[in-house]
Design a protein around this ligand. Structure first.
Ligand code: GLY
Length: 588
């Protein structure tokens, strides 16, 4: 039986044999993209390189990338959709194009030495063509040359067979998608690849990124014709194991068993199957988010995390489990992934304590909120925007939970009304956070770049003033400000903040040129470079140095000289969770 670990190993081995270089699995939180909350695809950290910047590892790349798609959270519970997943990807940055890419995919999928999938179980879709780009006969022709019968090639429009950009602008293009027939009964005689009933599972897409979508919605041809592919580890593992859903694979089965035993269940109703799926999927996603220093909050990434944890807790309650159970599941997740992601183990204590804390917070209000919901539903036969907002504000119910309660009880929920109330009451609204997720590319505006270099100076200045034990826990930059999280056990005093600020401004005044070098991760560590995440793979990484003041592993971009930064000012220092502090600062 091929496990997910074997699949990942085979994929990397195959593409290394085809002259690709393995690159690092980037953090889930984008390092230099203030417009997105999470990395949602393997190509996301590669945007500058797809647009033409040379990549230090060359033109053929491969990796395993962890991704989080908030757009799929609501689908979780079906057979294959996940919010958090690992994606296998290979890229050509202006090197091979359609023919070689498709041939490599077919070889990897069907050859005995690799996945050995029966070609008769595979179907393929290609772009049907429209006013922006022609019908992709080139890809169809390659599939046919490989022996694929014409009737298993489907031509679909942009909604199905076009991928990217990540936000509203950037690299994108038509794709060809590979589907596996799970063998389950088709939902209708018209069922075909692209239908979500579970018969056809998309396992891989090859995107031919030869366009750049401009702010006015036009598609310009890029100078460089790229390939970007993505194969979902969990769903491909499932089909290789003959399962028609991801939860029966070794990735989730131990978690599913743990929940069944906690709930004392053997035979499951369909609604219980769904609850268990939501719980285990969200437990895994939450573990990874917490390991990256995200904590449950009411804004941005922290709110996505909070929503997942609370939804899982509510589904636990539906199964009759009131006691805290997510920390036990997190322990299992950490164990499963400890080899590939050693930082999970390193952050185990925080992960467990945050899950317990969030459970305590929510379980205090969950039953009371449910009682209130029932009273509102009985009385009004619907939940108004104001009532939904009350459930959110006073009982901590994310809107998803209120929507679910509405569906379960056949009670309409005024979601638009809720959103209007929310906007009114929140400075940083949930809608704002959601919009951010969906929009934009890596922001390389001048102000953001200045703040980015200032972040490196701040990181080092904190260590000089507070001690070497200080390490970065997260960073987020918008054109207006930088936000920097780090580990420290107490409030930083006014005097210390002033020293940090002065130290940063001193480096700015010294007009130090920023230097960049390419090296391996091991060498960078030997040289004493700071790095947020251990990058165990990836031939070459970039190190940015600011004189002998700072040295960090980072993919840039940065200013050329510190004098470009302007005056640095700390606006706020606060604690965001046990042992983690946050600084907000601006450059003027
Ligand atoms: N290759 C793009 C994606 O699958 O997400």
């Amino acid at each position: 039986m091929i496990t997910s670990e074997t699949l990942k190993k085979k994929y990397i081995e195959f593409f290394l044999e085809h002259n690709h270089k393995r690159i690092a699995n980037a953090p889930l939180i984008p390092e230099n993209d203030p417009t997105a909350l999470f990395i949602s695809a393997g190509m996301h950290p590669l945007v500058p390189y797809l647009l033409g910047q040379p990549h230090p590892s060359g033109k053929r790349l491969v990796n395993v990338q962890k991704c989080l798609r908030t757009s799929d959270v609501d689908e979780v519970g079906d057979s294959f959709h996940l919010s958090f997943f690992e994606m296998l990807g290979n890229w050509s940055l202006g090197d091979y194009f359609k023919e070689e890419s498709i041939k490599m995919s077919y070889e990897f999928l069907t050859r005995d030495k690799w996945l050995n999938i029966d070609p008769d179980k595979l179907s393929f879709t290609v772009f049907a063509g429209d006013e922006d780009s022609p019908r992709d006969m080139d890809s169809a022709k390659v599939w046919m040359e490989l022996g694929v019968p014409e009737e298993r090639i489907y031509y679909l429009p942009k909604e199905d067979n076009w991928w990217g950009p990540i936000g509203s602008t950037g690299p994108c293009g038509p794709d060809t998608e590979i589907f596996f027939d799970t063998g389950i009964q088709a939902c209708s005689p018209d069922c075909q690849p692209g239908c979500n009933c579970g018969k056809y599972c998309e396992i891989w897409n090859n995107v031919f990124m030869e366009y750049n979508r401009t702010p006015d919605g036009k598609y310009e041809l890029l100078e460089q014709k790229n390939v970007d592919t993505g194969m979902g580890v969990e769903r491909t593992t499932a089909i290789l194991q003959g399962k028609d859903n991801v939860y029966e694979t070794e990735i989730f089965a131990p978690l599913v068993e743990a929940v069944k035993s906690l709930a004392g269940l053997e035979e499951l109703e369909p609604s219980q199957v769904k609850s268990i799926r939501i719980i285990v999927e969200h437990a895994r996603a939450a573990t990874f988010l917490l390991a990256e220093g995200i904590v449950p909050l009411n804004t941005e990434q922290g709110y996505v995390l909070r929503r997942m944890i609370r939804k899982a807790i509510r589904h636990g309650k539906l199964l009759g489990v009131d006691d805290e159970f997510l920390s036990g599941l997190a322990e299992k997740v950490i164990e499963t992934y400890s080899e590939d992601y050693p930082y999970l183990k390193e952050n185990e204590e925080t992960i467990i304590s945050e899950l317990k804390k969030e459970h305590k917070k929510f379980s205090n209000t969950l039953q009371k909120g449910l009682n209130r919901f029932n009273r509102m539903a009985r009385k009004n036969k619907k939940i108004s925007g104001k009532d939904a907002f009350l459930l959110y504000q006073s009982f901590g119910f994310p809107i998803e939970i209120i929507i679910e309660l509405g569906e379960e009880n056949d009670i309409p929920i005024d979601v638009d009304g809720f959103n209007a109330e929310f906007e009114k009451h929140q400075k940083v609204s949930r809608a704002g956070a959601d919009k951010r997720f969906g929009s934009g590319l890596a922001d390389h505006s001048e102000k953001t770049v200045r703040l980015h270099t200032a972040t490196h100076l701040l990181n080092e200045a904190l260590r000089k003033v507070l001690g070497d034990q200080v390490e970065q826990r997260g960073s987020n930059i918008t054109p207006e400000r930088l936000r920097f999280d780090f580990n420290f056990h107490r409030k930083v005093t006014k005097d210390e903040l002033k020293q940090v600020e002065d130290l940063v401004n001193e480096q700015i005044k010294k007009a130090i040129p920023i230097e960049k070098c390419e090296t391996t991760f091991e060498k960078a560590k030997e040289m004493g470079a700071q790095a947020v995440f251990e990058q165990r793979y990836g031939d070459k990484i970039t190190v940015y140095s600011i004189g002998d003041f700072s040295m960090e592993v980072c993919s840039g971009p940065h200013v050329k000289n510190t004098k470009e930064i302007g005056h640095f000012r700390i606006k706020k220092e606060e604690g965001i969770s046990a042992g983690v502090r946050r600084i907000r600062a601006v450059v003027e």
